[in-house]
Design a protein around this ligand. Structure first.
Ligand SMILES: NC(=O)c1cnc(N)c2cc(Br)sc12
Length: 322
């Protein structure tokens, strides 16, 4: 049985490694060298090998879990994963805005503008601040349990910081950075293997294949973009504060998110990113505009599977490069 000093050292190493993991993979702002990080990880691995009774599933040494899965178990989402209505031009964006304003009896309201990431939507469930389940969107009601694959994504926290509630669901988009996609296809071409068509397909394929070691080898990333349900965290007044709170818990939140107060500001944001989109290290296919205050979101509600309080303003389709 390990004595107290070893138990203390293990807890200290885990805290330090989760912290440095957050700094490197979520904040992209490491404060330790790779060598020193590896030394800490190796020290924890050595202790865990000598004291297997100390191993816990959330240990930073256990991101790449067990053997390949036989298949994916289905999971039911506690809160339906909705889809977005689309707008393709300023007129349809303005029509959405007018409809919302009418339904809110001409109240003023702020909106969040967020880049629509061209990846794979996932649901992350945390119990007592520990990552316990990751699932694909599936049909919105039932998805696939891909927990073991998502655990290998370094920008998905295994243990939350701050003071999370006993149950928390977070939604995000996992994606393969463009540079990782290019490198992956280069390697596949050298091996004479079939190439992936685009980062979205290679990212989705990476999450939905059965071997966590393959996922771990492909530098997948995530942008977290909402709570599973605003009701899970009663104290938050609006979506913008929810994003700030998620960031404080250790989630990776897109730095280009912007709070807007008029539809003109939304259009400015959209036009800015029509120009900037191809300079980003990940693919985006539009802007998600959301009514910010949660009380307005709940009074607007959902039609079918689409929230009235959000719209995806899509970027113009581009000529496929043949
Ligand atoms: N920021 C966001 O809300 C966001 C970003 N990227 C996406 N592909 C999606 C999809 C839904 Br549904 S929301 C959302």
């Amino acid at each position: 049985m390990a004595d107290d000093s070893i138990v203390q050292r293990v807890a200290e190493l885990r805290r330090e490694l989760h912290y440095h993991n957050h700094r490197y993979y979520v904040m992209d702002d490491p404060v330790i060298s790779d060598f020193d990080y590896d030394m800490l990880l190796q020290e924890l691995r050595t202790i865990e090998e000598e004291h297997p009774e100390l191993v816990t599933p959330d240990s930073p040494t256990h991101r790449i879990g067990g053997d390949p899965a036989e298949g994916f178990v289905q999971v039911e989402h506690r809160h339906t994963m909705l889809s977005l209505g689309n707008a393709f031009d300023d007129e349809s964006l303005e029509a959405w805005y007018r409809r919302v304003r009418n339904l809110l009896d001409d109240a003023d309201f702020s909106m969040t503008c967020e880049l629509k990431i061209d990846g794979l939507a996932v649901s992350l469930v945390y119990e007592d601040g520990v990552f316990v389940q990751g699932a694909t969107r599936g049909n919105g009601f039932v998805g696939e349990n891909v927990t073991q694959n998502l655990r290998t994504i370094r920008s998905i926290p295994l243990v939350l910081q701050g003071d999370p509630p006993p149950y928390l669901e977070v939604r995000g988009e996992v994606y393969m950075p463009v540079e990782s996609f290019r490198r992956l296809n280069e390697e596949r071409a050298e091996r004479g293997e079939q190439l992936f068509a685009n980062p979205r397909n290679s990212g989705a394929g990476t999450i939905r294949q059965l071997d966590p070691k393959v996922t771990a080898s492909r530098n997948m990333q995530i942008w977290a973009y909402s709570l599973g349900d605003a009701g899970d965290v009663p104290g938050l007044p609006d979506h913008w504060e929810a994003l700030e709170w998620l960031k404080s818990l250790g989630f990776r939140i897109n730095p280009n998110n912007r709070l807007c107060y008029t539809v003109e500001e939304v259009k400015d944001y959209y036009r800015e990113f029509v120009e900037r989109r191809h300079g980003l290290p990940y693919e985006v296919d539009g802007v998600v505009v959301k009514v910010n205050p949660f009380n307005y979101q709940s009074s607007l509600g959902v039609v079918g599977r689409e929230p009235r309080w959000a719209v995806a303003y899509k970027f113009p389709a581009e000529r496929a490069v043949t």
